[in-house]
Design a binder for this molecule. Structure first.
Ligand SMILES: [Zn+2]
Length: 83
C-alpha cells in the first residue's frame, strides 16, 4: 500500500485491519482511543477506507461534535449505519 501514515501510534494499514473489530466493539479501550484519534486526523482513511469509508466519515463527524457522545451511543449510531 502506497499510503501508510502513522498517526496516534497506529498506521493506516493497521486501522483497516482492525476497523471491523472496532466497529463490532471487540477492541480494547486503548485501541479504540488510538483508532478514533487516527481517524479524526487521517483523510486517507476517510477517503480510502473502502467499504468502511462512509462509516469513517460519520464517525469523524460525531467525534468532531461537542460534547462527545458516549461509547454506547456511538455504537448505537454505528449499528444504524451498518444496518
Ligand atoms: Zn490513516
Amino acid at each position: 500500500m502506497a499510503h501508510d501514515r502513522e498517526i496516534s501510534g497506529i498506521r493506516c494499514t493497521q486501522i483497516l485491519a482492525v476497523l471491523s473489530d472496532y466497529l463490532a466493539g471487540e477492541v480494547s479501550q486503548d485501541t479504540r482511543v488510538c483508532i478514533e484519534a487516527h481517524l479524526s486526523e487521517c483523510s486517507w482513511c476517510e477517503q480510502f477506507g473502502g467499504e468502511f469509508s462512509a462509516v469513517v466519515r460519520q464517525l469523524r463527524l460525531r467525534l468532531a461534535e461537542p460534547p462527545p457522545i458516549g461509547a454506547a451511543e456511538a455504537e448505537a449510531v454505528l449499528d444504524r449505519i451498518l444496518l
